[in-house]
Design a protein around this ligand. Structure first.
Ligand code: PRX
Length: 630
């Protein structure tokens, strides 16, 4: 795709109630951004200084392109800031977590003190199993408080967590366990989804079969009577907690020690294990949770993501808890038992800050205004969006129907790799439908051509980040080459892989990926992972997948398949292939269309040219095809 093109910038600015700006902790964007520009290190030191450190840092940052170290020689434990700090003080009895199950009336509430105690217990349980500093623990759980307890318990003892979304299948789980060399898997017998049970433990059983690094599987048993456990391999979550010490001191971590690995899709090859570290990530997520959402002491904050994604890591767990917020989590899906469920949850718990994805907004638009109209949404103060472009129609609906033309829509652009918000329209600033907003104070971003030269307003280009930031990934696990590629493709800057355009006011509109990554309902899918799942099927010789437009999910997967000799195209085979991908990667990767083809467009060096397939599909000009084989 060509890097430069013209984009219409027409957008009607929406001005929020001035009261938002008056009460905002960060103040107007212009002043806060100036403060950052005048003294970048001082800016970050200020926010880092609001947190507890075991030993202070010597220097705010060391930048040896493309490697950054933040809060150099600082010592900390992130759980001290997410838990001890609150549990020892005035927030002791403040609600940290509200969990709502799928069934009406199934709820649990944990205060900061309770969450602190449970995390220490589970940390002790992990220690009893011989898990220590630097060991990798894979967490494959449904969205229950124990998932968050397990994640924080790893951080408490310096173990590196690798959370795998509970919607992934055995193949995807196995690949992630093996790449990270995980020692333990923490799971549950089942997750609940639309009234059915997802057999997580069974999936784990399959995934660990050829994963020799795994020593034990810890199982949270939710169903009664309890399922049987494998005597050597599996242990009960509650039992190992009960046998553990009640107090576990936080491990003293260096600011640059790894905190977690989280896999994200790459353009080519297997998923990448993005590595985040303790100090910079803590400061970045704390600052953005507190100041970009502009959290107030009495807020009830609900982010609808799963902790299995970066959004959950940063904005369900670490950021909001470091900021001492009350966080709502729920196992419910948006339209079960009916599309009114989320609005009832908002009314029920008095949610004030709501953070969701455009795909959910578009789905609710489709169901109609009558669903939200049945609930009282007056508690809402700020409504956020993340994961893909919030198109102007979805913005208008979200703002008017959910935000009742009163709440600012906080669109936030960022990535697994960035760890924290990068672009946003600060609460209280004018919003422009279709535009995410400007770089947040603390972040430097630009839209450039292929050589890295900024392009003028109205000209599309590549979105890059031009300065290091505290929560940036430090490497790709066991593959630093892939890390360097982000910073070396265009010399001197971080290439995000998105196409974007800027307007005269510096507002940035993100247009989508510039590469082969497909974003389905806000979930990042690498073409390579889906294609290798297809090729693993006995009937498939070769496969290529592309994203095609979908009115609700943003994009859907379309697969082009060459069959092996001896296999004939049929509807049954299509269904089989779709099911095969579902079992291997999970429902999010399921192709919505499968086409059987005799050949695929390739470059002379044998690379599949997905953009040619895509152009064909959309009926547009495929652009430069000089490298096409024939
Ligand atoms: O293409 C951008 C899109 O999601 C990608 C990052 O995906 P992931 O690492 O899974 O993280 C998602 C949650 C942070 C980006 O490269 N994206 C994310 N937020 C937005 C967005 N596109 C447009 N607008 C956004 N607000």
């Amino acid at each position: 795709m060509s890097a430069e093109f013209e984009v219409s910038l027409e957008s009607r600015a929406v001005r929020p109630d001035p009261a938002y700006l008056e009460t905002s902790a960060l103040g107007p964007w212009k002043q806060a951004y100036r403060r950052y520009l005048d003294d970048p290190d001082g800016f970050w030191a200020q926010y880092a200084g609001e947190l507890e450190w075991i030993e202070p840092w010597d220097r705010v940052k060391e930048w040896e392109y493309p490697y950054a170290r933040w809060f150099v020689n600082g010592k900390l434990n992130i759980t001290t800031n997410c838990l001890d700090r609150h549990a020892a003080g005035e927030r002791r009895n403040k609600v940290a977590l509200i969990w709502r199950g799928e069934e009406e009336g199934v709820e649990r509430v944990l205060t900061y003190r309770q969450l602190h105690r449970q995390v220490m217990r589970f940390a002790g349980a992990l220690k009893n199993l011989g898990v220590g500093r630097g060991d990798v623990v894979c967490i494959y759980m449904p969205l229950v408080p124990e998932q968050i307890v397990a994640i924080l318990a790893c951080a408490r003892i310096g173990a590196v967590h690798s959370v795998v979304y509970g919607g992934f299948g055995a193949g995807a789980l196995n690949a992630r366990i093996r790449d990270a060399g995980a020692k333990i898997v923490v799971t549950a017998d089942v997750g609940y989804r639309r009234g059915t049970r997802v057999p997580l433990k069974t999936i784990v059983g399959e995934a660990v079969r050829n994963a020799p690094s795994i020593e034990k599987v810890i199982v949270l048993r939710r169903t009664v009577p309890h399922v049987a456990l494998h005597p050597e391999m599996e242990i009960d979550f509650q039992e190992c907690m009960a046998a553990a010490p009640s107090h576990v001191d936080p491990e003293v971590m260096d600011a640059e020690d790894p905190l977690f690995i989280l896999y994200t899709s790459g353009t080519t090859g297997p998923p990448k294990g993005i590595v985040h570290t303790c100090g910079g990530y803590m400061v970045g997520t704390y600052y953005t949770a507190k100041y970009i959402f502009d959290l107030k002491e009495n807020d009830v904050y609900w982010c609808t993501a799963d902790p299995g994604w970066i959004t959950g890591h940063s904005y369900i767990i670490y950021g909001p808890l470091a900021a001492g917020a009350t966080v709502l989590i729920t196992e419910t899906v948006p339209d079960y038992p009916d599309p009114g469920i989320w609005w009832r949850v908002i009314e029920d718990f008095g949610v004030t800050v709501f953070y969701t994805a455009p795909t959910a907004v578009r789905m609710f638009m489709k169901y109609g205004d009558e669903w939200p109209a049945r609930s009282v949404l007056d508690s809402l103060r700020v409504i956020g969006s993340v994961g893909e472009p919030l198109n102007p129609e979805a913005f208008e609906w979200y703002h008017q129907v959910i935000g009742q033309s009163r709440c600012p829509v906080l669109d936030t652009w960022w990535q697994t790799e960035t760890g924290m918000h990068m672009l946003a329209t600060l609460v209280g600033e004018p919003m422009k439908p279709g535009f995410v907003g400007r770089p947040i104070p603390g972040v430097s971003a630009e839209v450039v051509d292929r050589e890295g030269n900024p392009v003028p307003p109205g000209t599309g280009g590549l979105l890059v980040l031009t300065e290091p930031w505290p929560a940036m990934m430090r490497t790709v696990y066991k593959n630093d080459e892939r890390y360097r590629k982000y910073w070396h493709t265009i010399d001197g800057v971080y290439l995000a892989g998105d196409l974007a355009v800027k307007d005269e006011d510096g507002y940035i509109m993100v247009l989508g990926r510039a590469d082969d990554i497909i974003i389905v309902a806000g979930h990042n899918l690498g073409t390579a992972e889906v294609e290798s799942a297809l090729v693993a099927h006995e009937a498939v010789a070769e496969a290529a997948v592309i994203g095609i437009p979908d009115p609700v999910k943003g994009q859907a997967v379309k697969a082009f398949v060459i069959l092996k000799v001896g296999y004939a195209p049929s509807e049954k085979l299509k269904t089989d292939l779709i099911y095969h991908v579902r079992m291997s990667i999970g429902p999010i990767a399921m192709p919505s269309e499968v086409a059987f083809v005799p050949s695929l467009p390739k470059t002379r060096s044998g690379k599949i040219m997905r953009r040619v397939l895509k152009a064909q599909e959309m009926g547009v000009d495929p652009g430069d095809i000089s490298t096409l084989e024939d």
